[in-house]
Design a binder for this molecule. Structure first.
Ligand code: IPD
Ligand code: CA
Ligand code: CA
Length: 263
């Protein structure tokens, strides 16, 4: 395997370019189409994906590429890019400035690079396996909060929230009466980055896709946190369930998650 850092400049450039494009679109009227009852997409998601694909495929033509909207290229390669061109589409479509671009690279399905760019706050989160996590070039680490009742948590709800009983509302209720507070930002990648830099102490969510999770999961690990599935096993692609924390509150979080009432 090549050193993961060699892939960083192209990934960073792609994220910045796509993020700046999205920011310009924030105040414009968007044509929204629905992928499901609540799952929407705009032309900006698709164009952002093209920007990222153009840049990465020019730099690494032999790599595989999996993005949320349309572009999927299976090549005979150990390297695969996982791209969410706009994480937080619902926020974006409503003009709420909480969204980002998320780009990860896996080698034989193990995460080796993660880049998340929030153009609204001009925050660029980067991590490469074994070399720590950074926000705008400065090292970041997870929080030191040791108790769940002092913890600020984040979560999200799946797109089948209206039709499935396994919609996370049970876990949300269980945490709401035990944690200091819970936030629902609407961007899984930013939720994970905020765990990585200590703004959140923990985060959990179910039924996510690999492009939602990949970059942020590596960021949390490289920032000294813990990332697992709901049973506490080390997080592996493709997910889809995730618990990420500063490590101290991980076990209490898993205990609360085991109380879930959906059968
Ligand atoms: C969504 C966001 C949201 C999460 C959803 C995701 P999208 O991604 O990450 O926070 O709760 O499950 O699908 O659709 O905005 O890319
Ligand atoms: Ca997403
Ligand atoms: Ca998306």
């Amino acid at each position: 395997m090549d050193r993961p850092e060699i892939f960083l400049p192209a990934a960073r450039q792609a994220a910045l370019e796509a993020g700046r494009y999205l920011l310009k679109g924030l105040s414009q009227t968007k044509r929204v189409t629905y992928k499901g009852q609540v799952d929407l997409v705009t032309g900006f998601d698709r164009r952002s994906e093209e920007i990222i694909y153009d840049r990465l495929s020019r730099a690494f033509p032999g790599h595989s590429f999996l993005a949320e909207e349309e572009i999927k290229r299976d090549r005979d390669s150990d390297y695969r890019w996982l791209v969410d061109p706009l994480d937080g589409t619902t926020n974006f479509a409503h003009g709420l400035p909480v969204f980002c671009v998320s780009i990860a690279l896996a080698f034989r399905n193990e995460l080796i690079l993660g880049v998340v760019y929030d153009p609204n706050r001009e925050e660029l989160f980067t991590a490469t396996r074994g070399h720590g996590a950074y926000l705008n070039g400065k090292p970041i680490s997870v929080s030191k909060t040791r108790k769940l009742d002092r913890s600020l948590l984040a979560t999200g709800f799946p797109y089948d929230v209206r039709t499935s009983r396994d919609n996370n509302l049970d876990h949300f209720a269980n945490f709401a009466v035990r944690a200091q507070a819970i936030r629902r930002l609407g961007s899984a990648a930013l939720d994970l980055c905020y765990v990585a830099c200590g703004r959140f102490d923990g985060y959990w969510e179910k039924k996510l896709k690999p492009w939602d999770l990949a970059a942020g999961a590596l960021l949390v690990e490289e920032a000294g946190g813990r990332v697992s599935d709901l049973a506490g096993k080390k997080f592996r692609l493709p997910g889809p369930h995730i618990v990420a924390s500063n490590g101290y509150i991980h076990r209490p979080m898993l205990e609360i998650l085991s109380l879930g009432c959906v059968k």
